[in-house]
Design a protein around this ligand. Structure first.
Ligand code: API
Length: 328
């Protein structure tokens, strides 16, 4: 067997912990370090022999790491870390602010290319697996309509965005699909549904002492990209309630493409996910893409890449021959 791919984690929140778990299922990869902003003694790795470092040490460790998985949030961490680390490492991240992906791609592409690194951005399930299924659906059934639904579930991205608001001590956000809209999409309807028609958003927020609840509510509901286009409810709760009632991070959803190949001949494609842990599943996707990013790098394909640029065979630990024999 060839040497394992040396993977490191930058950021040890829910996603970072999920990546640790996912690597344990992939014997061709080895976790060589967890890099964190928190004091190292506060981190207890799943495997006690996993080294923990201060994130500032990353820059000096470029020759020890084949792929760095960036596990920070899209609102504030990745816009800074993505371009910075793409100059030093092959990277994989789950940047998920859809409207900003083109700018983020450009910001990561330049340093990655200049330093002959491969940076796989916006992997996960949406963006990620759902994006692939949207593109596939449209390519296979050009005469049709695509519907994406999320939830009922806890969005990591939206929860992170609320937690960054000054005055917020803790928060979760649930994405609630509107049943009537879901029904309509599932019935094969070709009518375009608006953002507001399809989902509602519900936040549970713990305030810091002295914080102004109305101001926090206002900042949430007006936040562009995250909440402004939706009907959003904000509930204020205690830290105890947050810990007691909102620890499960279930999520999921589906992408449907309904189309016609000839008039009167309807075809439907559906891809759906039911996730008991949103971050653990996202982490599993990131780890498969870490393998692919490393292989692309070995093939001399540098710069920023997205899930659209990765042949599916590169995600699998199996060889092309094995895949042809077993899964074609
Ligand atoms: C939502 C979806 C979730 C996508 C999954 C992932 C996350 O509104 O619930 O943040 O959990 N956009 N990007």
């Amino acid at each position: 067997m060839t040497d394992p791919i040396r993977v490191a984690i930058a950021g040890h929140g829910n996603l970072g912990r999920g990546v640790e778990a996912a690597i344990l299922h992939n014997p061709d990869m080895r976790l060589v370090g967890i890099y964190t902003r928190r004091p190292a003694e506060q981190i207890s790795p799943r495997r006690p022999d996993t080294p923990v470092f201060a994130i500032a040490e990353l820059a000096g460790h470029a020759d020890r790491i084949d792929v760095l998985i960036l596990c920070g949030g899209s609102k504030e961490d990745l816009p800074q870390q993505g371009p910075e680390y793409a100059a030093l490492f092959n990277t994989v991240d789950s940047f998920d602010t859809h409207a900003r992906i083109p700018d983020y791609f450009a910001a990561v592409d330049a340093p990655a290319r200049a330093n002959r690194k491969t940076a796989l951005i916006s992997a996960g399930w949406d963006p990620g697996m759902f994006s692939i299924n949207r593109a596939l659906g449209e390519a296979l059934l050009p005469d049709g309509e695509t519907h994406t639904f999320w939830g009922d579930g806890l969005s990591q991205g939206h929860s992170d965005a609320v937690r960054r608001i000054p005055g917020v001590a803790g928060a979760v956000q649930y994405t609630r699909p509107v049943p009537a809209a879901m029904e309509q999409a599932r019935s094969g309807s070709r009518r375009m549904l608006t953002t507001r028609e399809k989902h509602q958003r519900e936040c549970f927020v713990v305030l810091q002492e002295g914080a102004d609840a109305e101001q926090v509510r206002d900042t949430i509901v007006r936040m562009p990209h995250y909440f402004a286009d939706y009907d959003t409810t904000v509930n204020f709760i205690s830290a105890e309630e947050l810990a007691r009632d909102h620890a499960a991070m279930v999520h999921g959803g589906f992408v449907i493409r309904s189309g016609n190949t000839t008039a009167g001949t309807a075809q439907t494609i559906e891809y759906s996910l039911k996730l008991e842990s949103n971050p653990e599943f996202t982490a599993s996707v990131l780890v498969a893409y870490a393998r692919a990013a490393y292989r692309l790098h070995c093939m001399g394909q540098y710069g920023a890449k997205t899930v659209f640029d990765v042949p599916p065979g590169l995600l699998s630990p199996k060889s092309a021959e094995q895949l042809r024999a077993e899964q074609l």
